[in-house]
Design a protein around this ligand. Sequence first.
Ligand code: ZN
Length: 260
Amino acid sequence: MKFLCALILVLLGLQLCAPVAQVPQGNAKTGAAGESAAPKTPHPARTVICIDPGHPSEVASGRGMQNGTNETRVAWEVALRLKEALESGGYEVVLTKSAEDELVKNRDRAFVANRARAALMVRLHCDASIESGFAVYYPDRRGQTKDGATGPSQSVIEESRRAAEAVRAGMAEGLAGALKDNGVRTDYQTKVGREQGGALTGSIHSEVPVVTVEMVVLSDRDDAEFIKAEAGQRRMAAAIADGITRFVGPVPARAPRKHE
Ligand SMILES: [Zn+2]
């Protein structure tokens, strides 16, 4: 009896293996057996983007008035428009804060992106300088915070560089003629980044690709007028969303689609 069972199992095993073994390798015209042996397409994974509206943080309130507005307000308003643009493209969005005035430490902002396993963390800021226009920053080396934390990893550095180039490309196209394109820069070129060996605190703690977008120079009157207007904010959000899509790719359509 035991022998018989074993024989049946062996025969069943051969039967199950047979169709796979018979499918010629590298042949595109596989028959029914080949198709059934092919791995099933996994359900498309959700793609999360973390938007980090800059300030208030432990470093700065971002509330200093410049040309009739301030950095915290502009970053929050564009963040909400960017969230809307990304969600309409099928992405999931997490924000690092839930209200304009909420104080979140820079370290904790990175933790939000890490917990969400975001495909990208986009930090929205405005510059104040004698320049004008936008620039996209990324960490090109590890840094160290005052607490002794080091990072980001080499893979985060490399992915962040690709992300910065993609976001900059989207912004260059979407904002052409409206704002000066200052290109891709590194965390090392910022004051805080340089003080920490070359990376901003939000980059040091990030386990996902991270870019910091200085959307405009708010101390420049023309830049400020652009970003204060609803049309300017929408254009900024659309340009950044386009850049994000260039990096993470479009969200695959889910089937079957749910009615909304
Ligand atoms: Zn800022």
